[in-house]
Design a protein around this ligand. Structure first.
Ligand SMILES: Nc1ncnc2c1ncn2[C@@H]1O[C@H](COP(=O)(O)OP(=O)(O)OP(=O)(O)O)[C@@H](O)[C@H]1O
Ligand SMILES: O=P(O)(O)OC[C@H]1O[C@H](OP(=O)(O)OP(=O)(O)O)[C@H](O)[C@@H]1O
Ligand SMILES: O=C(O)c1cccnc1
Ligand SMILES: [Mg+2]
Length: 559
């Protein structure tokens, strides 16, 4: 059944949902796309078949890899691309009065039924110059798609890469929570960040809307306001708590907690760590435990982590344990997170030993507070006992780099290759409709990406392939691949008879991304001076690029 649904004809009549954000419409583009569309139409060129590549030139965050994200939203946009009457009248108002009515009639008919989109799977690790999307179709239509496609890919890939980088530093075993909603660049920045941080390897988000939209797991603790809103345990009126198996009821949970606090205070192994703890904090913890006996997690840094927060937490957790519940743990949101997490762990271990509560030492410790790659790295170097990191501002705003800088360049029109020259060699575009492959070596790692002309044969396993640096004549290498992966797949077949790739579920994109990151050679992924990954062209494409370059570049005259 599923295989059948992959067929292009079966897909043809099916309606695909639109993009997540209803603001993503054909008008979410730059004015010049419409003025160019008009000029193409006026010149009778609008239906000429054009091929554009969407790619970036440099990996972000000083790294040597990028996670490609945003494809699902691009395809949903393309699938639903057409202009409403109201949108057409707005374009009419916005273009010069001299524009002919025929153009607006043309816009009424415009959709993406004759557009083909080839793309790398979402969540794949990608590199500069390799087309992430290749969009083919009538030039006027594809031109209108440029800005929205760039908009949908740029931030998505940037923030997914940022998340992946945080995951790499934190390590596989840590829980990573995205807490950025309040600090993100507006609602779309926040929703996008939640979606793409999940793809990049975060485990959950605090963003409830993203949880509903994408089924991302939701997690959360409580804030300082909750702790400081309580004045004293006397405020707690409803004090009874049923045991976890329902067999008995503790009529006064508050007294039970107080008695545990006394025991901790006078225990030999913990003696002297604290005197009087803050009673309003204790009241807050008890209230939270009464509300969520199975999910008790306390923010312990409102007053004093070691003299108040941690002992108060232990007293409540021990009382819960008496009733058969297992507390979750603590959150630290200020101070030296390496030191405080290690000290808290010592107390948990001491409590486990002293009171014979199995598992108490393994209580979860969450840390938050302006965390980023650097602070995670510093914590690792110092040694810490944090199990879970809650990360907001630096993650979702991509504080370390504001944009990825993807571009959309014309590479062919009417089967004629086009090139964009630049003084800066890294900005010269790669002409032609291309095919892209990833070649894997005997160790299982990917060695190189190679771009070939559309009509060249696919590289074969075991074949010796010359891979050339696109612009540096002396840089080349032979590769005998153990595995060859086709990178560009058909995600929107247009009028071709190609089979359309299904859009995978978000969880599958995330799994794909995590697997990709694990399979990369470690020296490409390290934080300090990572090795650049090689992106090459075939010998034929190399010769053709350089022929075209010489052909298009005027020869200077020296006076
Ligand atoms: N052991 C550590 N090594 C390196 N950086 C750390 C460590 N512990 C915490 N940090 C980081 O140091 C910064 C401390 O922030 P800041 O100076 O604002 O103090 P604070 O702990 O928030 O204090 P307060 O809440 O009392 O203002 C945060 O960015 C935090 O992530
Ligand atoms: O630090 P971030 O990585 O951005 O993560 C989110 C922050 O949001 C919350 O703080 P809140 O807004 O309550 O204010 P605060 O900065 O005073 O803790 C939380 O306690 C984190 O500190
Ligand atoms: O649940 C939390 O602890 C949380 C959520 C958002 C921001 N800061 C903390
Ligand atoms: Mg903070």
């Amino acid at each position: 059944m599923e295989a059948k649904e992959n067929g292009a004809s079966e897909n043809a009549g099916r309606v695909m949902d639109g993009p997540t954000n209803p603001m993503v419409t054909p008008l979410l583009t730059d004015l010049y796309q419409f003025t160019m569309a008009y000029a193409y139409w006026k010149a009778g060129k609008h239906n000429e078949r054009a091929v554009f590549d969407l790619y970036f030139r440099k990996n972000p965050f000083g790294g040597e890899f990028t996670v490609f994200a945003g494809l699902e939203e691009c395809i949903k946009f393309i699938a639903n691309f057409n202009l409403t009457e109201e949108e057409i009248s707005f374009i009419c108002e916005s273009l010069p009065g001299s524009c002919e009515e025929g153009f607006f009639n043309y816009l009424r008919e415009v959709d993406c039924s004759d557009v083909e989109v080839y793309a790398i799977s979402e969540g794949t690790v990608v590199f500069p110059k390799v087309p992430l999307l290749r969009v083919e179709g009538p030039i006027a239509v594809v031109q209108l798609l440029e800005t929205p496609l760039l908009n949908l890919v740029n931030f998505a890939s940037l923030v997914a890469t940022n998340a992946a980088r945080h995951r790499l530093v934190a390590g596989k075993s840590k829980m990573l929570l995205e807490f950025g909603l309040r600090r993100a660049q507006g609602p779309d920045g926040a929703i996008g960040a939640s979606k793409y941080c999940y793809i990049g390897g975060f485990d959950a988000t605090s963003n409830v809307a993203a949880g509903r939209l994408f089924r991302i797991p939701l997690r959360g603790t409580h804030s300082h306001a909750f702790v400081s809103s309580f004045m004293s345990p006397d405020e707690i009126l409803e004090r009874s708590m049923c045991s976890s198996d329902g067999s008995s009821t503790c009529e006064d949970f508050v007294s039970l907690v107080q008695s545990w606090l006394n025991k901790i205070q006078w225990s030999k192994s913990l003696s002297g760590i604290f005197g009087e703890t803050n009673q309003s904090e204790l009241a807050a913890f008890m209230s939270y435990a009464l509300a969520f006996p199975n999910n008790f997690l306390a923010l312990v840094d409102t007053y004093d982590v070691m003299r108040s927060g941690v002992p108060n937490f232990c007293a409540v957790a021990l009382a819960l344990s008496d009733l058969g519940y297992k507390a979750v743990g603590i959150r630290l949101d200020s101070g030296d997170l390496a030191y405080l997490s290690s000290e808290a762990r010592k107390i948990f271990n001491a409590v486990e030993k002293e009171f014979g509560v199995p598992g108490f030492g393994k209580m979860s410790i969450t840390a938050s507070n302006d965390l980023n790659e650097e602070t995670l790295d510093a914590l690792n170097k110092q040694g810490h006992e944090v199990d879970c990191f809650g990360i907001g501002t630096y993650l979702v705003t991509c504080y370390a780099q504001a944009a990825l800088g993807c571009v959309f360049k014309l590479v062919e029109i009417n089967n004629q290759p086009r090139i964009k020259l630049s003084e800066d060699v890294s900005k010269v575009s790669m002409p032609c409709k291309k095919r892209c492959y990833r070649l894997y070596g005997k160790e299982g790692y990917s060695l190189v990406d190679i771009l070939t002309g559309e009509n060249e044969p696919c590289p074969q396993v075991g074949e010796r392939i010359l891979c050339r640096h696109p612009f540096n004549e002396s840089k080349r290498a032979y590769v005998v691949p153990k595995r060859v992966e086709v990178l560009l797949k058909c995600y929107w077949p247009g009028k071709s008879d190609k089979v359309r790739e299904e859009l995978p579920a978000l969880k599958d994109i995330r799994d794909h991304c995590i697997k990709q990151l694990e399979q990369m050679r470690p020296d490409h992924m390290r934080r300090l001076n990572p090795t650049p990954y090689k992106v090459s062209v075939s010998a034929k494409l190399y010769d053709f690029i350089h022929f075209l370059w010489l052909n298009e570049a005027p020869v200077g005259e020296l006076q």
